[in-house]
Design a protein around this ligand. Structure first.
Ligand code: ADP
Length: 290
């Protein structure tokens, strides 16, 4: 079983020719309000990846956005542990450019209320999946509790920020993109040296259309990206992380799990939105077979 503890946001998405520079206003297309947030996206990805049941601990407000998120998560088959907050449900303001880049501002709202005491029982949980859109002290407390309980911890260090040593010490698998890795270990040295600096059993850096690279007990594993025409890379990293957690929870070896995660993430870049863009396992299998 996979337990995701983390953020959920209502995504307010507008497509525009380019992402506005500071002080600039651009006219975009129609507004879409869709379920997102790194934690919720990863939970949906894990549930759709199949083979492991998925639950999520999430803090939501008492508002319409909460309803959108609950419907999306339960619709994907995620069992929910909801902390009801007096704040508004988290929101993300997202601009997607014609070049399929995005720029995102997050208003954490209820996500900021997720506290160490909210962690449900870890009995029956194989993997705890964490990100950094909820308070870092909470993330650290959850990781340490999981480590004590013998539950494996996957940490997606997103959005980019420095991570306390006590959190890193409780992580089994760390996933970062290039920017996040640079914040943690700088830009100097080879990729392998920089991943080694993290000092976790498995460190993975995702490299967009160039695929991903893992350092596992001193050994490098490379997984090229699947070739697609990307139109919206929102949630590519989340799809990768959630699919990876589900694959490891169902007992896949790391190389097979990286391949499944990369295929699911590639498919997600060909579809608009966050949770709506995450493919089901059958689609990923068919895509990998061609
Ligand atoms: P993030 O979305 O967190 O910045 P990346 O851009 O590194 O993360 O993407 C995560 C993973 O998604 C990559 O390792 C790759 O497997 C897949 N991916 C992302 N962009 C593309 C693309 N243009 N074509 C194919 N796969 C992609």
């Amino acid at each position: 079983r996979v337990l995701v503890a983390g953020s959920a946001n209502a995504d307010f998405v507008v497509h525009a020719a380019h992402i506005p520079a500071p002080g600039e206003t651009v006219l975009g297309g129609d507004l879409a309000i869709v379920p997102g947030g790194k934690g919720a996206n990863q939970a949906v990805a894990a549930a759709r990846a199949g083979g492991a049941s998925t639950a999520m601990l999430v803090a939501l407000g008492d508002d319409a956005a909460a309803g959108i998120l609950e419907a999306s998560l339960t619709g994907a088959g995620v069992a929910l542990h909801i902390v009801r907050s007096a704040r508004a449900t988290g929101a993300a303001l997202i601009t997607v450019s014609d070049a399929a880049e995005n720029a995102i501002t997050v208003a954490p709202g209820a996500n900021a209320d997720l506290a160490p005491g909210h962690l449900p029982t870890l009995s029956g949980v194989d993997w705890l999946m964490l990100q950094l859109e909820t308070p870092i002290e909470t993330v650290t407390a959850y990781a340490r509790a999981a480590r004590r309980a013998g539950v494996k911890v996957m940490l997606n260090v997103a959005p980019a920020q420095a991570v306390p040593a006590e959190l890193l010490a409780a992580v089994d698998v760390l996933v970062a993109n290039e920017e996040e890795l640079a914040v943690l270990v700088g830009q100097a040295g080879s990729l392998a040296d920089r991943l080694a600096k993290l000092d976790v059993p498995t460190a993975i850096v995702t490299l967009g259309a160039r695929g991903c690279c893992a350092l596992v007990d001193g050994r490098i594993v490379l997984q090229p990206a699947f070739r697609v025409t990307a139109t919206d890379t929102t949630a590519a990293g989340d799809t990768f992380c959630g699919t990876l957690a589900a694959a490891l929870a169902r007992g896949d070896a790391l190389a097979a799990a990286l391949a499944a995660a990369s295929a699911a993430a590639a498919l997600a870049t060909t579809r608009p939105g966050a949770q709506s863009s995450i493919p089901a396992r059958a689609e990923v299998k068919a895509f990998m077979a061609v």
